[in-house]
Design a protein around this ligand. Structure first.
Ligand code: BGC
Length: 366
């Protein structure tokens, strides 16, 4: 079978041939991969700035945003059958017995940093024809969502954020708390985040670079969010237009922009960082206002990475909700489908569009 593999030391990304894997335990499931999404992390990995191969190997298979179809299940798996669609978790637990987070099943909060991530860190990914996975890492998806379910994993980031935001907002003991959100960036994480926020009842504004009209702004507006271009509207003006900003969901990965907007977080507001920036050298920054506001406005700054089982379940549920509520806008997030042989442009960031997807099932048909 074919796979897209990264060789970090040799700085090569290429298609390789591998033996088809076999089920090796009762709780394992064999999946035929249907689609794998490409994200900023994959582009960093393919620029050799991120990513590590499993120990003892000089390469690893790329891809962590998956949609697979069950082809076979071990004898201990009673609730999945061939043809069922599933999305896999990205991160697996570390093996340290003292990591209370991993031992409690919350790998996304791993304390040791020795977690493994499919297609990113110490584990093969999903850009290949067949994969073996443990049942407990799989989240079943309805067949009707075949065309959009590959967006589940990028949505899990917002779902994890929302779970935490709800916890934090419990401190506000009155009605109508925390209802205005600003999303920074209009890539897939930003747009799916905007959908999650609108769906959770937030008056949502997407604040992103490109002026309208553009395809990302169209998606934002189609789901009922407002779109404001940071090129046309300075941050002070945006903040004035929005009113008290209760929640900022950062999905742009641009530090200067992110901290500039932090100055405008409202009273009792929560700022969620999701971007993983590259080192661009030091920037000069006036920090007084940020610290002043954090204290005098009871603000919370939160970093969110990866997602646990609850966030995956919520994402599967909400992809279904979005597909029913905004079928065209959700579908419009996926702007390109590429056969595995044409992986180069999407993984090198040369394909443009919003979300590009590798159509693995096509490789199986050839
Ligand atoms: C993935 C996460 C992962 C993170 C850091 C993101 O692109 O969606 O699952 O934890 O990268 O490796």
């Amino acid at each position: 079978m074919k796979a897209v593999a990264v060789y970090p030391a040799q700085r090569i990304v290429k298609i390789i041939d591998r033996a088809e894997p076999r089920i090796g335990g009762p709780s394992q499931v064999k999946l035929r991969m249907l689609e794998v999404g490409v994200c900023g992390t994959d582009k960093e990995i393919c620029a050799f700035a991120y990513g590590t191969a499993p120990s003892g190997s000089d390469h690893f298979v790329l891809g962590h945003e998956s949609l697979g179809e069950v082809v076979e299940a071990g004898p201990g798996v009673t609730d999945l059958r061939p043809g069922d669609l599933v999305v896999s978790t990205v991160r697996l637990a570390c093996s340290d017995p003292n990591c209370s987070a991993c031992r409690a099943g919350h790998y996304d909060f791993c304390m040791t940093g020795k977690y493994r991530e499919h297609g990113i860190k110490d584990l093969d990914g999903f850009m290949t024809e067949f994969v073996i996975e443990e049942r407990h890492n799989l989240h079943p998806v309805a067949r009707e969502l075949r065309d959009v379910a590959v967006l589940t994993e990028p949505l899990t980031i917002a779902e994890k954020a929302l779970i935490e935001v709800q916890e934090i907002q419990r401190r506000l003991h009155w009605e109508g708390r925390g209802r205005r959100a600003v999303v920074l960036g209009s890539g897939p994480v930003g747009l799916l985040g905007a959908m999650a926020l609108v769906n959770a009842g937030y008056e949502t504004c997407v604040y992103s670079r490109s002026p309208k009209p553009n395809a990302k702004a169209d998606v934002a507006e189609a789901v009922g969010a407002r779109y404001i271009s940071s090129e046309q509207t300075p941050v002070e003006e945006m903040a004035e237009q929005v009113g008290n900003i209760d929640l900022i969901y950062e999905a742009a990965g641009a530090p200067q922009f992110a901290f500039e907007v932090l100055k405008h977080l409202g009273s009792n507001g929560i700022y969620v960082f999701t971007g993983v920036p590259r080192d661009q050298g030091p920037i000069e920054f006036h920090t007084e206002r940020i610290m002043y506001n954090l204290v005098l406005k009871n603000q919370v700054v939160l970093g969110v990475v990866n997602a646990g089982p609850q966030a995956f379940d919520n994402a599967v549920r909400d992809i279904g909700v979005f597909a029913a509520r905004w079928p065209r806008a959700l579908g419009a997030v996926i702007t390109g489908r590429f056969p595995m042989e044409a992986f180069h442009d999407p993984v090198m960031g040369k394909a443009g569009g919003i979300k590009n997807v590798i159509d693995i099932a096509q490789a199986g048909r050839q």
